[in-house]
Design a protein around this ligand. Structure first.
Ligand code: SGN
Ligand code: CA
Length: 529
């Protein structure tokens, strides 16, 4: 048991003897906000200058902003499983989007529920089965839909008219408004946006499609200096992004221009997504997108690959950042609602994403890799009753820590087998010590985007990664000298000592968490590709 756990357990062991009624009344409410695929580069508080997210930013201004928060497995459903269980993927069993999640195992919502909290899960969860641990659940099916989506409300499917991001906010506020005010509450408010295929709300399309975005310096990366995995990944904006589904080029126009589908569902995605709109919605959409597409059609024949890449990057950013705008609106509505209902002082509001995302860095979209853009995730926490405003923390916290942290704030004992640590005492300054390395595993290969299986550790300065299964390659990066991770120095003589130290640290970390080569093998597909 570590110090944080000791402190929190002993603290709450004495609590019942010091006036439990009063303490109970003070237990904080929790609003855990998680969007899907929201890269920190697209939260303006992180300073990338791509867009404005004033409401999300407020959480950091009035609380704490973490600059180096990471996930343990950069993929949707595994990340959600880590959040719920406080355990690594190889322990909770949800190693990739395909694996079954066992809802019967313990999760922090169940523990809150047992300890008198009302709990709800609203929005995307991306796992089959009726969610356990929640008094109320209204979840999207699989990836969910942007326009007029289907929800499964306490187990019953229902299509709801409207835009998914706004509906998820409406349902969250509605549930809070109707709660039993005698109990504290915890709501998991999970946005689908900004997940592919990036359909912004109608109120944002004009503005966001009119903007031009600064290109990342690695947009035209040639992957020299990296291993096989970066070279073979299929997440390149020019080569692998869908033309119709993602860039919104109408399928008929693709045919006229002789553009072939890269993914077999490209045209179907466009038709399905836009086909969900009402005729009025579709007319408003077309009024903005038709001229963009007409312009593309007129120029396509003369565009070089470089020009096409640039055009596709802009199209991608316009729609991606357009969907973020509604997420930020929702956070604004939530904060106003909490204030109006005098809940703003005693409610923990946490904003994060299920992982990071490539916004053109290395020429990519998507995530999965242990490289910084997808390893890191935005994290901002506001809780005026305990967290001093205006803090920034570069501590190596992870989504593995969310369950123990929230239990700690709620005064619920953290189970011994949770692998994360509460960062409560780190944020309030009572504890200075924190872990010096984070551990990462990724398993979804062979699969879409062909990112090879790998695991690794990241310390303050270095990152060591091992790609395995159909390769056996190591990569080592010096994040201080090479923050964009362009030069693998694994075989560089100057880094011999660092390499040895990092290997030792990786071996120790794997042992500490109970991971091993046997585990890597246990999760391999039964037949090799
Ligand atoms: C879909 C997307 C992928 C994405 C996965 C997982 N393709 O398969 O680009 O990586 O979801 O995303 S799509 O053409 O169907 O949109 S995750 O966030 O759910 O893990
Ligand atoms: Ca995701």
């Amino acid at each position: 048991m570590n110090i944080c756990k000791l402190l929190s357990v002993s603290f709450f062991m004495v609590l019942p003897f010091v006036g439990s009624a009063q303490t109970k009344a003070k237990r904080p409410n929790i609003v855990y906000i998680m969007s899907d695929d929201h890269g920190y580069q697209a939260v303006s508080a992180y300073g990338y200058g791509l867009n404005e997210t004033p409401h999300i930013d407020r959480l950091g201004k009035e609380g704490v902003l973490f600059t180096r928060a990471t996930v343990t497995n950069s993929l949707c459903a595994p990340s959600r499983a880590v959040l719920l269980t406080g355990k690594h993927s190889f322990v909770n069993g949800k190693i990739d989007n395909e694996a079954k999640f066992d809802w019967n195992q313990d999760n922090f919502a169940k523990l809150l529920q047992k300890n008198g909290y009302q709990t709800a899960l609203i929005g995307k969860i991306h796992m089959d089965g009726l969610p356990q641990g929640f008094d109320y659940s209204a979840v999207l099916i699989d990836q969910g839909e942007y326009y007029n989506p289907n929800f499964v409300i306490n187990g019953t499917k229902q299509q709801i008219e409207g835009y998914v991001t706004d509906l998820t906010t409406d349902m969250t506020l509605d549930w809070i408004a109707k709660r039993d005010t005698s109990k504290p509450f915890c709501v998991l408010y999970h946005q689908k946006a900004p997940h592919r295929e990036w359909l912004p709300a109608l109120r944002h399309i004009q503005e966001y499609t009119s903007r031009t975005y600064k290109e990342p310096t690695t947009l035209f990366d040639d992957y020299q200096g990296r291993g096989t995995a970066a070279k073979t990944a299929e997440m390149h904006i020019l080569k692998h992004m869908n033309w119709a589904g993602d860039n919104k080029i109408p399928p008929a126009m693709m045919d006229e221009l002789g553009i072939k589908e890269y993914m077999s569902w490209d045209k179907a995605a466009f038709n399905n997504n836009l086909g969900r709109m009402s005729p009025e919605e579709r007319a408003k959409w077309d009024a903005v997108y038709d001229p963009i597409m007409a312009d593309f059609k007129a120029n396509y024949a003369h565009m070089s690959d470089t020009e096409l890449m640039r055009w596709r990057y802009q199209r991608y950013m316009q729609d991606y950042l357009g969907t973020v705008a509604a997420v930020d609106d929702g956070v604004g509505r939530l904060l106003d609602f909490l204030k109006e209902n005098e809940l703003d002082e005693n409610t923990i509001v946490m904003y994060t994403s299920d992982q990071g995302f490539y916004l053109g860095e290395h020429g990519w979209y998507d995530k999965r890799f242990m490289y910084e853009e997808s390893l890191r995730t935005p994290l901002l926490v506001r809780y005026p009753a305990e967290i001093k405003s205006g803090q920034t923390s570069d501590a190596l916290v992870q989504n593995l820590d969310f369950a123990p942290t929230l239990l700690d704030y709620a005064g619920v004992e953290i189970p011994q087998d949770m692998q994360g640590e509460s960062f409560r005492n780190l944020v309030n300054g009572k504890e200075k010590k924190w872990r010096d390395a984070v551990y990462y595993t990724y398993y979804e290969y062979p699969s879409i985007h062909t990112v090879k299986r790998h695991y690794g550790i990241r310390t303050d300065r270095y990152k060591l990664m091992h790609f395995y299964y159909d390769v056996d390659e190591w990569e080592l990066y010096d994040l201080e000298k090479d923050p964009k991770e362009l030069n693998n120095v694994y075989n560089h003589p100057d880094y011999a000592q660092v390499r040895a130290d990092m290997h030792k640290k990786l071996a120790d970390t794997r042992q500490q968490y109970g991971d091993s080569e046997a585990n890597d093998k246990r999760f391999l597909p039964t037949t090799k590709r």
